[in-house]
Design a protein around this ligand. Structure first.
Ligand code: ADP
Ligand code: MG
Length: 629
């Protein structure tokens, strides 16, 4: 697929001073052809990542200009499915082995029943011997290769990579770029940003797109750059790395302006001389294949190139004859770098798997990850156990004491607050990192958001329900609440509902804020609910209507009311009274005192359910919004 962009501008708004806008990419043009390894180069902060994000569609807000595919305006939806974006940070699913990660990718990306070429890909990328290693234990270079391998599963024709070599040593960098070159030679369009490659590395790239201060200052063949610079009066000194040289040139704003005008901000493509009557001996040539992108393309061109010339060998009409030619030419230069010639797959608008399949694959993956996170499981278990015992000890055998009205209330409030705070913080701390990973997978069309969200919700249930029930059981029996099956079940259900609402709030916060801000927002989000929850216990009958309505919105209030109704309802007998007269010995006296005698526990649970749905929908919408911009 040939990519083209015209008059591309990207404007960002400063988060602090809303009025100030910054133009990061300034009306650039350019063209990236299939079969080519393209490097977007430039000094730090020049706008490389921004340009890559725009061309790939990873960013769409604040972008103007035209994006074309094979000369036609592109359909973003369709384009997303035929391209993939590999972020600078290697975002890999933790707690899975390389092989498992590949298998999940294959199951999600390929139609059911299709055999995934996972083994071949791992072999070709040198990861087969590490297939049983956990993704978090891989080295930097291996992580990068795995990121590429995961996307290769469905063989997309376009790859975007943001700084694939940053953080890698020279040997690994070269391996990585060689691999990209190999992928490009199979007919893909590979575009990557790179900061400042060594001269030896620069030669691997077919095409350079150099950007400085948001302007394009060079676009064309790598080999054509030095002659071009010489032609505009900026000769690159001998023995000087051309990449260093052009980056040094960008230090001067006047030079940037001049070069950008010279290349018409990317409208011109500088090519190395093409000599149709090339007489170079064949063994010094390099094989280059250019595929036509469309299925009904009449022919495929095969070219032989070296630094000096491009020699068009022949046009072949089908892949079979092409393969035979490639094997004839296999003696030519560096043929070991060749993989099986494989035309990049054509793309499909719909997902390869159904929503239900996506849901079940993701659910399995999440459950596997949860079960492998032993430390996390132990922490959760111990937390619930310890807190259960602690609260149980505080209210030991007090739940049936008619003289202890305030202790009954404190018990109910304590339980609800425990659930609210426990469940809000985990997603606030964990989810922001996951959102980045999910955004990558979602953007690369692994799955749709709805099945993901459903799997996320369901996957957390087993552990959460188990821990909550464990805590509830300990507290229930230690506090000495009289046993009744319905009361016990409702007691556990109310606790679980509060915990699910709270988790929903945590997810909503985690999907919008980063960890630092989330840590401040999380607990403070609970505070108003808590205030409304415990407001007016001692003057319940004098609470004004408006306040009453507000209090209904607090899930903590709903939880406390439901808890009190559960503990004192379900045909509760009068409490024990060790004094002459116990005002609160009759359960309904307390309920009348709190003005909740007309409420029903089922109504409160309904309210909790509604509040939970509201927060979980908020989380869903905020994820959609984040992924769309
Ligand atoms: P690089 O070439 O190093 O990849 P980037 O494309 O990341 O550069 O950024 C180019 C410039 O745009 C930088 O100065 C950066 O601060 C600015 N920039 C990018 N995105 C934003 C944003 N969302 N808000 C404000 N400034 C931004
Ligand atoms: Mg960058």
């Amino acid at each position: 697929m040939d990519l083209e962009f015209r008059n591309l501008t990207y404007t960002v708004q400063s988060r602090i001073a809303k009025a100030t806008k910054k133009v990061v990419v300034k009306g650039v043009d350019g063209k990236f052809t299939s079969g080519q390894l393209v490097a977007i180069m430039g000094p730090s902060g020049a706008g490389k990542s921004s340009l890559l994000n725009i061309i790939s569609g990873y960013r769409s807000a604040g972008v103007t200009g035209e994006l074309l595919v094979n000369g036609q305006p592109r359909d973003e939806h369709q384009f997303q499915r035929s391209s993939c974006y590999i972020t600078q940070e290697d975002l890999l699913q933790p707690l899975l082995t390389v092989r498992e990660a590949m298998d999940v990718a294959a199951k999600l990306k390929l139609p059911r029943g299709t055999k995934a070429p996972s083994e071949e890909i791992l072999q070709e990328l040198g990861l087969l011997e590490h297939q049983n290693t956990r993704t978090d234990s891989l080295s930097g270079g291996q992580k990068k290769r795995l990121s590429i391998a995961l996307e290769l599963v469905n063989n997309p024709p376009v790859f975007f990579l943001d700084e694939p070599t940053s953080g890698l040593d020279t040997v690994t960098t070269t391996q990585c770029v060689k691999l990209l070159k190999q992928l490009a030679r199979q007919g893909r369009t590979i575009v990557c940003t790179i900061h400042q490659p060594a001269a030896s590395l620069l030669e691997f790239f077919d095409q350079l797109y150099i950007i400085a201060d948001g302007y394009c200052i060079y676009q064309g063949d790598t080999a054509a750059m030095v002659p071009y610079l010489e032609s505009v009066g900026m000769p690159c000194p001998r023995h000087h790395n051309p990449a260093d040289f052009i980056i040094e040139l960008t230090e001067n704003p006047a030079t940037v302006k001049l070069l950008s005008q010279e290349i018409l901000n990317g409208k011109i493509y500088k090519t190395s001389k093409i000599d149709q009557n090339c007489t170079e001996p064949l063994p010094q040539m390099q094989l280059k294949v250019c595929y036509q992108a469309e299925d009904n393309a009449p022919e495929t061109e095969i070219m032989l190139t070296n630094e000096k010339c491009v020699y068009k060998v022949q046009s072949y009409s089908n892949t079979a004859s092409m393969c035979s030619l490639s094997s004839q030419l296999s003696g030519i230069n560096n043929s070991s770098a060749w993989m099986k010639i494989q035309k990049p797959s054509d793309y499909d608008i719909s997902y390869s798997t159904s929503y239900f399949d996506q849901f079940s694959i993701l659910l399995k993956r999440m459950l596997l990850q949860i079960s492998r996170n032993r430390q996390g499981l132990w922490i959760q278990l111990l937390h619930h156990l310890m807190c259960g015992l602690l609260i149980g000890a505080c209210f030991y055998n007090m739940a049936n004491d008619g003289t202890e009205m305030f202790n009954h209330l404190k018990l109910c409030v304590g339980i609800v607050i425990f659930f609210a705070y426990t469940q809000i913080m985990v997603p606030v701390l964990v989810y922001p990192q996951e959102v980045k990973l999910v955004k990558k997978e979602y953007f690369n069309c692994w799955y749709s958001l709805t099945p993901y969200y459903a799997a996320l919700t369901v996957s957390k249930l087993p552990v959460q329900l188990f821990c909550n029930i464990l805590f509830s059981t300990i507290v229930y029996f230690m506090a000495g609440i009289p046993f009744n099956v319905m009361r016990f079940i409702t007691f556990c259900a109310v606790g679980n509902m509060v915990s699910l609402v709270s988790e929903g709030i945590g997810l909503a916060i985690g999907s919008v804020f980063n960890v630092t801000n989330g840590c401040a927002v999380g607990p403070s989000a609970i505070a108003p609910f808590l205030g409304l929850g415990v407001y007016g216990f001692d003057f319940a009958h004098q609470i004004p209507l408006i306040m009453n309505i507000l209090m209904k919105l607090s899930f903590i209030r709903c939880g406390i009311v439901a808890m009190v109704l559960t503990v004192f309802g379900f045909g509760r007998q009068p409490l024990e009274c060790s004094e002459v007269f116990c005002h609160f010995a009759k359960p309904n006296v307390l309920m009348q005192y709190l003005d909740i005698d007309k409420s029903s526990v089922w109504m409160e649970i309904m309210f909790l359910l509604i509040i939970m749905l509201v927060f979980r929908s908020m989380c869903y919408i905020s994820l959609r919004w984040r992924f769309a911009t």
